[in-house]
Write a protein that binds this ligand. Structure first.
Ligand SMILES: Nc1ncnc2c1ncn2[C@@H]1O[C@H](COP(=O)(O)OP(=O)(O)OP(=O)(O)O)[C@@H](O)[C@H]1O
Ligand SMILES: [Mg+2]
Length: 253
């Protein structure tokens, strides 16, 4: 299984040190949380890891291969998926259409018509239509398949974006606030979905302000504050860390 390894990642915007020497790794089958207050640098880490911005220094490797110098699309082909905090969907297309786009793009680069990352279907060789339906089913979106995404509530549109990202069959996926806009029941189901995807081998790096969800699903966590990792560990370790309580969680979490 693939592992994402981020080493000493630093990003400066002019005089603003947005990310400072951040190191973390995400293995296939693992859910790692990246949490912290607004402006801490979480999205900037995602942008640097996925190649949307060029970091000041640091290294990003996937499955042992240095991908630091690759453009975004080559990182995606190498197996790195992501969703965006500011939601990137084709709002005039249907739910099914959005996932189809992800699949068509993958097929355009994968000569075999697929990759070896089959966590969605236990190794089955699916037709494109069945694969799209399977993804929609996994995301509880089958009933909305023909709806235009622009007309959906944000929470559902975020799931569509996740579906499109999954259609590319990433080995590691970066999710930036995927549960914002979901109600309590939907969030619980979403947590179960994340666990089932990771159980099938997907590695997930999760940025999310819903602390309950993060603590529930993550195997380990890193807490960012002013661009620096101030604590790392499992949910209990992070919850009890005085610096984390001070910077982010507050008392009584
Ligand atoms: N393109 C940019 N140019 C200049 N500064 C930026 C840019 N993107 C982010 N920043 C700054 O970098 C810092 C980190 O921002 P970032 O968006 O990564 O935080 P975040 O942890 O994702 O916050 P939030 O929880 O609000 O999404 C902030 O000070 C922000 O203003
Ligand atoms: Mg952000």
């Amino acid at each position: 299984m693939s592992t994402l390894e981020v080493s000493d990642l630093t990003v400066r915007f002019g005089g603003n040190l947005a990310v400072s020497k951040v190191s973390l790794s995400v293995a296939g089958g693992e859910i790692v949380g990246l949490i912290g207050p607004n402006g801490a640098g979480k999205t900037t880490v995602f942008n640097a890891v996925s190649g949307v911005i060029t970091p000041t220094s640091g290294k990003v490797a996937l499955a042992g291969r240095d991908i630091s110098k690759l453009p975004t699309y080559k990182r995606a082909r190498a197996g790195l998926g992501r969703t965006f905090q500011r939601l990137e969907v084709f709002s005039s297309l249907s739910v099914r259409g959005n996932v189809q786009v992800g699949l068509e793009i993958r097929k355009s680069w994968s000569r075999r018509g697929g990759c070896d990352r089959q966590y969605l279907a236990d190794g089955a060789d699916l037709s494109a239509d069945s694969e799209v339906s399977l993804i929609l089913d996994r995301l509880d979106l089958l009933g909305l398949a023909d709806e235009i995404v622009g007309a959906l509530p944000t929470g559902q549109a975020r799931l569509v974006e996740l579906g499109r990202a999954l259609a590319a069959r990433p080995s590691i996926i970066l999710l930036d606030e995927p549960a914002s806009g979901l109600d309590e029941n939907e969030t619980t189901r979403f947590g179960e979905l994340l666990r089932s995807l990771s159980g099938a081998g997907l590695g997930i790096l999760l940025v999310e302000h819903d602390v309950g969800l993060v603590m529930e699903v993550c195997d380990s966590l890193h807490v960012l504050d002013f661009g620096t990792v101030i604590a790392s560990g499992d949910a209990d370790e992070v919850r009890q860390n005085a610096a984390v309580v001070d910077a982010y969680l507050g008392a009584g979490t």
